[in-house]
Structures are given as C-alpha cells and as structure tokens.
Design a protein around this ligand. Structure first.
Ligand SMILES: NC(=O)c1ccc[n+]([C@@H]2O[C@H](COP(=O)([O-])OP(=O)(O)OC[C@H]3O[C@@H](n4cnc5c(N)ncnc54)[C@H](OP(=O)(O)O)[C@@H]3O)[C@@H](O)[C@H]2O)c1
Length: 350
C-alpha cells in the first residue's frame, strides 16, 4: 500500500511534542488533486497554533502547515488531467506538513518553471499577504516612505523587497542581530525594542510615514498610528505581542479591531485597516482570482530575480519540531522550509 507521512499537532505542546504519523495515501475526490509535497513552510501561525492561540484553528489533533508547493500526481473526477506532473502552490491554512496533500484543484496556483520549490514556498502565504497589504490596502506609490515592523520575518522580508521594487523607501524594525540582513534587503534598520523608536522613525521621516505595517498588535498600534503622515495608512495584521500570554485566542484580535476602528473616526486624514488574508473567501470565485493574480505577480518577480527568496533553512519534514524550534528562536531571517526527507525522497512521478 502507498503511504503518506504527516506531522500531527496533538494538543498544546512544546516543539518536541509534534508527532510523525504514517497513513494510507489519500485519494483525490471530485474537483481535487493529489500533490507530492516538495516544500511547506513554518509560519507564525503554527507558533500560535501550538499554543492554542490562533484565531480559528481546528480542534486538536490536526496536521498543521499553512501553505505548500508540490507536483500533481493524480487528479479526481472533473479535473483536467493536464495538471498531472506540473508544480503548483496552495494556501491551505492547515494540512501542509505532509508528504502528500489533497487540495481543491481550483485553489492551485502554478509555479513558474525554474523556481526551486523551497524558494517558491517562501512567497506563498508571505507573498500574498505582503502584496495585498502593499497594493490592495495601503496602495503604496513610488517615492513614499513606509515603516515595516519585523522586517527580518517571513512576511516582513517579503514586504521590504516588494516595497523597494515599487520605489518606496523602507524603514524596517528588527532585533539588532538582523540589522545587516534588513539593510541587505534595502531597508533602513531600527531596533523594535528601542524605547525611543518613534523618535528614531521621526528623525528619518520628519513628516511621518505613508504607511505602517504592524504585526505586533496591542499597544504597538498607538505609536504606529501616531507615526503616520496625513493621509497615511496603518495596516495591522497580527497580534504577535500576545503569543505567550494566556487566555482567549480571539479576544486580542477583537480588541485590536475595535481600537483600529476608533482611530478611523478621528478627523486627521489617517486610516487603519485590519488585514486578513482569508477575507472575502465566501465569494470563492473572486477570492481565488485575486489570490492567483497576486501570487502570480510575486512568482514572476522571484523568477526574474527582482526579489530573492529568504530561505532561513531547509529541514526534512520528519524533523518538523526542530524546524519549529528554529523558527521560534529569534535567530532567523526569512522562512524555515520543510522539505522531503532525504532518506525518503518524494517521488513526484505520476
Ligand atoms: N493577517 C493575516 O492574514 C496574516 C497572514 C500572514 C501572517 N500574518 C502575521 O504576520 C506576522 C509574521 O508572520 P511570519 O510567518 O512572517 O512570522 P515569522 O517569520 O516567524 O516572523 C515573525 C517576526 O515577528 C517578530 N516577532 C516575534 N515575536 C514578536 C513579538 N512578541 N513582538 C514583536 N515582534 C515579534 C520576529 O522577530 P525576531 O526574529 O527578532 O523574533 C520576526 O521579525 C505574524 O504576526 C502573523 O500572525 C498575518
């Protein structure tokens, strides 16, 4: 019998508590495709999920994995057989940490030939999120200045590069150990823990910045909002500050949205948005079209070398706990990517 290997998050556990499970190969149903997974990533979402702190995570146990890149092995009824043998990316939210995944064929976005799967993986959720926040929310323009918090992270490092490509000056906050990496991406680095951070930003942008991208949440948005120039936009997209705080996974997000909305009522020409990559999913057709368009744009920039994949490490799937510990260590720039185990390489032949 063909077997698949997957990683199970059994409950609230340390990174060493992830389990490796072998199970029969899943079969694609109507409208679905079976992929041999070549890369999946460790996102901040999994760090929250293992603490039970992600907004809408499923009940334990489940297979985590926010996104993946793989080659189609088989398709179910109603799916074009021409997909077989081609490489695609998918945004899954959960289920990506597996050797073989069944995905709705309509959710697949083709990866251009020549891009390494692990490199493509770094821009799936990160690229969609960064692109949409920059171009669909803040609507950045050439010549503007923006502030990107967490500029060394998966989303942050992609945001910096896409913004630089759009002709925008970027101030990027990160721990000092990451400042050279942030500089190499084209941003001016500042320490996000500096007590005088607002003054340091103002010294670089005396009239304020045109947009702030804030994944920290909590009180961070107070300064983020104050640092905006007139007409500027605060795009808030996470509550990283509450990851280790006990309590509800939803309350910090609800409080954050309320705080953002109050600021939108102030007559000062500044705007706030809470960005959610899943917003609009109920209108499936429009959602998929938007996602496919935006990810295809990002893949094109990766393929022509305009942006560079920030692969922090490639770690075999069966060592997902180790990968997660590394991603949470605060020592990495970019994304930790799970790849097939070298002892059991993924056979991508149909
Ligand atoms: N709203 C959405 O649709 C959406 C979609 C994707 C991602 N996100 C959010 O985007 C953020 C980044 O995700 P990612 O996958 O790119 O994560 P990541 O690669 O793990 O990067 C996390 C970044 O946040 C910094 N950080 C970690 N803990 C922090 C804290 N307590 N306070 C301030 N900064 C902290 C890290 O700095 P060090 O390296 O110095 O620790 C790093 O720069 C997360 O908050 C995630 O929830 C939101």
């Amino acid at each position: 019998m063909d077997l698949a290997t997957e990683i199970v998050l059994p409950g609230i556990v340390e990174t060493s508590g992830l389990e490796v499970r072998v199970r029969p190969m899943p079969a694609p149903g109507s409208g679905q495709a079976l992929l041999a997974v070549e890369a999946s990533g460790v996102s901040f979402a999994e760090q929250q999920m293992r603490r039970g702190k992600y907004w809408d995570q499923p009940a334990f146990p489940f297979v985590p994995g926010y996104d993946l890149v793989g080659t189609v092995l088989r398709v179910g009824p109603g799916v074009d057989t021409a997909l077989v043998g081609r490489r695609f990316a998918a945004l899954t939210k959960v289920g990506g940490w597996t050797s073989h995944a069944v995905v709705e064929a309509a959710d697949l976005v083709e990866v251009p030939a020549g891009i390494d799967p692990a490199e493509a993986e770094t821009v799936v959720v990160n690229g969609i999120t960064a692109w949409q926040m920059l171009h669909r929310r803040a609507r950045i323009r050439n010549g503007q200045t923006i502030l990107v918090h967490g500029a060394n992270g998966g989303v942050g490092s992609t945001l910096v590069q896409l913004a630089r490509h759009a002709g925008v000056r970027v101030i990027g906050t990160a721990s000092p150990r990451h400042h050279q990496a942030v500089r190499d991406l084209g941003a001016v680095p500042l320490d996000y823990r500096a007590p005088d951070l607002p003054a340091l930003v103002r010294a670089l942008a005396p009239n304020g910045v045109d947009a702030v991208f804030d994944h920290i949440g909590g009180d961070s948005i107070v300064d983020s909002f104050k640092l905006l120039a007139r007409g500027g936009t605060l795009v808030s997209y996470g509550t990283a500050a509450t990851k280790n705080k006990p309590g509800s996974s939803r309350l910090p997000v609800l409080k954050l949205i309320a705080r953002l909305q109050i600021r939108n009522l102030l007559p000062n020409g500044r705007h706030t948005h809470f960005f959610n990559v899943w917003a609009g999913k109920r209108r499936a057709e429009a959602f998929r079209t938007r996602l496919r368009t935006d990810l295809t744009n990002v893949f094109a920039l990766l393929a022509d070398g305009t942006i560079t994949a920030q692969v922090a490490a490639r770690i075999p799937l069966t060592r997902a706990g180790e990968a997660m510990a590394l991603a949470e260590s605060g020592t990495v720039t970019g994304k930790v990517v799970l790849v097939p185990d070298p002892e059991h390489p993924t056979d991508t032949r149909p």
